[in-house]
Design a protein around this ligand. Structure first.
Ligand SMILES: [Mn+2]
Length: 329
């Protein structure tokens, strides 16, 4: 059976504590459990204080057969950041990379580039290339942000069943507006709905966004922007979703196998619980002083609140200096 672990974002100490709490022990380098397998949902890099160690823990477990893994959008963004848009022309400008090297994109990625020596980073990018974007284990499905059969079909057909995240693949899924790009965005970043004209909200990195992430496992019929926002948050208008959006919306079927995702920066102030009987999110915002979370799956079709395990974020040096009270929130 599987222990599915959410977004680590360089919080290696919390990762080790979570693994130990679930009964994993170091065995020849890698953490291992006698009769369980860990599954990592990506987003190991960026933001946190111990990115290199977090990557080492994950990689040792995957290579030692103690864990499986799927990539998160931070890893695919890292690949895109390192991939020239053109296969033949060397990049000259920020926009010449699959992920533009703008100040905004650099700031999101800066902790990783600072903490991992450049000579070593290429090796980590090569390791990312061999990690799948989703795992279908039959009675359990794992993906970073959203399970979408049509999107996965598009990607499988374009790249073959055992593709690697080669520079060609990265270029294809960053070709704006292409079916491959839309499929990639859905799976790695979640499905979104554009906010009404003139409305914008800050994203987890503090940048203004004109779209919100949507509850992809629920119908959109007769519902408002606020209803479908994932996570629920202030400032999202409680007005009906536009009819063209509703007409094109397909939601994950309630009778389909359970899916575990990360990605959504859920609030650590509420006790972890499934988002739907067949959908659980294990991202409780460890990188914002929240909790690192796992879901311990034992074969159940209906996911259960009592199967979550969490470890609180350790205060970073900055947070300790800033305000020791806020860390306990
Ligand atoms: Mn993510």
């Amino acid at each position: 059976m599987y222990d599915v672990i959410g977004d680590v974002h360089g919080h290696a100490e919390e990762l080790v504590e979570l693994l130990e709490r679930m009964g994993y022990r170091r065995d020849g380098g890698a953490f291992r459990h006698a009769d369980r397998t860990a599954i990592f949902l990506g987003d190991w890099i960026d933001r946190g204080p111990n990115i290199r160690q977090a990557l080492q823990v994950v990689r040792e477990m995957v290579e030692g057969g103690a864990a499986k893994a799927v990539l998160g959008n931070h890893e695919t963004n890292a690949l895109a950041y390192a991939t020239p848009k053109s296969a033949t022309h060397a990049p000259l400008h920020a926009q010449d990379w699959c992920r533009s090297r703008t100040d905004r994109n650099h700031s999101i990625h800066a902790a990783t580039l600072k903490q991992i020596p450049a000579a070593e980073w290429a090796g980590w990018l090569d390791w990312f290339r061999g990690i799948p974007w989703w795992l279908d284990l039959g009675d359990l499905r794992c993906v970073h942000a959203c399970w979408d059969d049509a999107a996965m079909h598009t990607l499988s057909r374009a790249f073959g069943p055992r593709w690697q995240s080669t520079p060609e693949v990265i270029r294809a899924v960053h070709h704006r507006g292409s079916p491959e790009a839309q499929a990639f965005e859905a799976i790695l970043k979640g499905r979104e709905v554009d906010l009404p004209e003139g409305v914008s909200l800050p994203d987890p990195e503090g940048h203004r966004r004109t779209a919100i992430r949507a509850r992809w496992f629920e119908p959109a019929d007769g519902r408002t922007y606020a209803d479908i926002s994932l996570p629920a948050r202030e400032g999202v208008p409680a007005q009906p979703l536009p009819s063209d959006f509703v007409a094109s919306w397909r939601h994950y079927p309630p009778d389909a196998p359970p899916v575990v995702v990360g990605h959504y920066w859920l609030s650590p102030a509420v006790d972890p619980a499934p988002l739907a009987p067949n959908v659980a999110c294990v991202d409780y915002s460890v990188a914002k002083g929240g909790r690192l979370a796992a879901y311990r799956w034992d074969g159940e079709h209906a996911l259960r609140a009592d199967r979550f395990v969490t470890v609180p974020a350790k205060p970073s040096a900055d947070e300790v200096r800033a305000d020791s009270d806020s860390i306990r929130a």
